[in-house]
Structures are given as C-alpha cells and as structure tokens.
Design a binder for this molecule. Structure first.
Ligand code: GTP
Ligand code: MG
Length: 440
C-alpha cells in the first residue's frame, strides 16, 4: 500500500538519521526531497505546497523539543502534518435517531460503489445494524444481479425491481417503506456509475438524492486514479451535497495521491477505505495510522513518543555538556541505561526501530547481561564510578562478589566503558557533539 511513497520517506529519513544538528539549509533540502516524493505520488500541487510550508515553518522554529534528535523532530513534524492532511480525526458514520439511517453511494463508473455497498453493509451489520441494500443502479441488469449476489453472501436483503430498466427514483422513493417492512434500520443505496460530464445521469442522481433525503451521501473514489479521482468530487458535491468519501482500491499500486489530496481538495473527510476485492477488505479510515504506514515508520512514532515522555530535557542537556567536556562517567552511563530501560523491555524497543534487520529483531536481547552491568556499577564506590582506573585487583574481586559476577565480567565492562569514553571524546572533539539517543 503506497509502497513507492513509503520507500521514498524511508530513504529521506534514513539519510537524516545519520546527521547530527540540522542547519536551516539542511531543513530546506529535506523539505525539497519530501516535496518531490509527494508530487511523484501524485498528490495535488496545492496540497503539497501547503504541506511543505507547514513542515518548514515548524522545523525552523527554535523551541523544538530537546528530548528528540533532529531527525526524530522532523519525523514527528512530518507525521503530524500528514495526519492533518489526511483529515485529523477518525470519523464515524452516525446513525439517525429516526431509523432507518439512509446512506447513498455515488461515484464514477467502476470506482467500486457496488462492492463498497456490500462491504459497508457487512461492516455495519457486524456492529449490530440491520441493513437493507438498495439497487438504484438500473442502467444495467447485471448491476442488480451483482448486488443481489453480494447480499446473498452477507445475508443482507436486497431491494431491487424485478427487471432492469425501472426508474431509480421510484426505487429510491420506496426504499424506506421496504426497510420498515423488513425491519431494517439501515438503508444503503447503490447508484449507477456516471461520468460527471454526463448531465442526464447527474440529473438522475440529483433526483434520487432528493427523493431519498439520505443522512449520509458518500462519494466512492478509486485510489488508483490518483488526485484526478478527487477532482470529480466538486461536481458530485454540487449535485448531491457530499458528506464524505470512501476510498477504494488502496491495495495494489495506488500511489497515495488520492488519499493525500482528498480532504484538502474536497473538504470532505475519508470515512472508509477498500483494501481488496474481498468483502472483508474494508476498514474505517484512521488518518494517524495511515500516516504511520505511509511513513513506513511502523512503531517508530510510538518510540518517539516514549522517548519524549522518558527523557528529561534538562538531564539531556546536562549529559550533552558532560560529553562535550569528556566528563561522562560510569554513573552517567548507568543513568542513561536506566532511562532507556524505563521505556520498556529492550526487545520491544528494538522491534520498533525501523531499518533494524529482521534477524536482529528476532534475536534475543540479553536483559540478564544488562542486569549484570547495572549490578557491577552499583557495587562500585561513587569514587570508582567517576574514575574506573581506581578499580584494581582486590577491589575487582570485591565488586565481582558484591554484584554476583566474576572479575572477568568486571574487567569486560570496564574495557567496554573505556571504549565508549574514547568514542565520546572523539565525537565531542568533532564539530557536532551528539547525545546518544537510543533508536536514532
Ligand atoms: N483491489 C480492489 N478491487 C476493488 C476494490 N473495490 C472494488 N474493487 C473491484 O473494482 C471493480 C469495480 O467494482 P464495482 O463495485 O463493480 O464498481 P462500481 O462503482 O459499482 O461500478 P459501476 O457500477 O459499473 O459504476 C470490481 O472488479 C471490484 O472487485 C478494492 O478495494 N480493492
Ligand atoms: Mg456498480
């Protein structure tokens, strides 16, 4: 789903992660890359322009959260702006206090209206509603048959004239009575596909709409046709006053243009998405989850949230200062480790990091090993933690027995820490001192 766009974002963020501080020029360069990625995904130009402007403005702001690395900050901003572009909150189809609730579907030929009617009936049926499917597509006899087959499969009654060629307005007018007769509290009306340039058919749609007076009129939009699909919304809206969209066929090769352009171009939210040909391939549309998927970030955002919650801004600044001065001690090391562990079991943290090879994700993270490190550091005197060279033969033995480890374990830790210290000094002496934030 939106694979090409996801790959682009992963590439952009992957390069970003390798960086320390970001200058204004860096931010502009990233913004350019994102702009290109969105245009290639066939997102509406005006939508892209507004999106990039918002991201840039926020990225340049000086009061960015100190507990996140620059890359994490950009990812967070892009994610939040994507959520906004996709429509912010998840919308629910409300039911009328005076049943039946009537839902009318409209859209271009082949956009997936009939399939969506069946899927929606199944979906809402499972939530306890009693749907009636209505065939107001009388252009082709096969269309009625198609809806009847769907209805049979999901055990939902279908209201249609016996033969094709009837009057869709008359069918619409009788739909509520039929629902009452069958004790259905939800009516879903399938209409004929039409081109918005076809005045006669658009007129018919208007009549069906007037007679039906639906609570919800939804435009069914094929995601595969990109932003062009969204452009037709205007003429449909003029005719039947749309309440929202159902975006179909987001499985397959859809590039994302329709999904990302829909809300801003039409002003109407996406309520549902069709994710395949089967009747179960249908979901409520969640802008936040969709944004995460598009960013290919998986649970990365959860990780960022956790890091924000866990890492104290002042502490982070103090650590940065220590690293810069080459004063990072075993005590700080212990603090950092404890902070990371506060975020949750290491195994689940590793699993949330994108770009971590699968083998590594599946590998056991040795929590016991970390416990050992903690025990050893705790068995040292504060003096020793600040200056590990004080740990000599007899002290090594005492620390080992005090922490339930061996002198070899103590040695190994001290050696490792020495390497970490050296590495930090070299980072600190470079141009870009960096806090070792886990995950990035
Ligand atoms: N992959 C995929 N195919 C879908 C989806 N929704 C519908 N289709 C397919 O798209 C084709 C057209 O679907 P229909 O539901 O008949 O479309 P329609 O809008 O009712 O078409 P007309 O009534 O002729 O205007 C069918 O082959 C469906 O199986 C979807 O979410 N994913
Ligand atoms: Mg149809």
């Amino acid at each position: 789903m939106f694979d090409a766009l996801s790959e682009r974002f992963e590439g952009i963020f992957g390069r970003l992660r390798a960086r320390g501080r970001l200058s204004d020029k860096d931010v502009d360069a990233v913004a350019r890359e994102i702009r290109l990625a969105l245009l290639e995904a066939d997102v509406n130009v005006a939508v892209v322009k507004a999106f990039i402007a918002r991201v840039k403005e926020r990225a340049h702001e000086s009061d960015l959260s100190k507990s996140l690395s620059p890359a994490q900050q950009i990812i967070k901003i892009v994610h939040e702006e994507l959520v906004a572009t996709l429509g912010s909150e998840t919308r629910k189809l409300t039911t009328s206090s005076k049943p039946p609730t009537v839902v009318m579907l409209a859209g271009l030929q082949g956009s997936g209206k009939t399939t969506a009617a069946g899927k929606l009936a199944r979906h809402l049926g499972r939530q306890g509603l009693r749907p009636l499917l209505v065939a107001a597509d009388l252009q082709r006899p096969a269309a009625i048959k198609q809806l009847e087959v769907l209805g049979e499969r999901i055990e939902v009654p279908v209201f249609a004239p016996d033969q094709g060629g009837g009057d869709p307005v008359a069918v619409a007018a009788a739909a509520r009575d039929e629902a009452a007769r069958l004790d259905c509290n939800l009516v879903i009306v399938d209409t004929a596909g039409r081109l918005h340039v076809d005045e006669v058919l658009m007129d018919e749609l208007r009549h069906v709409h007037d007679v039906l007076a639906p609570h919800h009129t939804l435009l069914v939009v094929d995601a595969m046709t990109g932003q062009e699909a969204v452009n037709v919304a205007e003429s449909f809206d003029a005719a039947v006053d749309l309440d929202g969209l159902i975006l179909t066929k987001i499985d397959g090769d859809a590039r994302g243009g329709a999904a990302l352009s829909a809300k801003e171009v039409t002003g109407k939210p996406i309520l549902y998405v069709g994710t395949g040909e089967k009747l179960g391939d249908f979901d409520v549309f969640h802008p936040d989850r969709m944004a995460s998927r598009i960013l290919g970030m998986g649970d990365m955002l959860t990780l960022i949230e956790k890091a924000e919650e866990t890492f104290d801004q002042n502490e982070a600044a103090a650590t940065e200062e220590k690293i810069r001065k080459g004063e990072f001690t075993l005590e700080d090391f212990l603090d950092q480790m404890r902070q990371v562990r506060k975020m949750g079991p290491l195994q689940s943290l590793v699993g949330m990091m994108p770009g971590v090879p699968k083998e590594l994700k599946d590998a056991e993270v040795d929590e016991g090993e970390l416990g050992k490190v903690e025990a050893i550091i705790c068995s040292m005197t504060p003096e020793e933690r600040r200056n590990p060279t004080l740990v000599k033969g007899s002290r090594r033995l005492r620390i080992a027995s005090g922490s339930g480890t061996t002198p070899a374990d103590v040695n190994a830790l001290l050696k490792q820490f020495k390497q970490v210290q050296q590495m930090m000094r070299s980072v600190a002496s470079g141009k870009q001192p960096k806090i070792p934030v886990p995950g990035l």
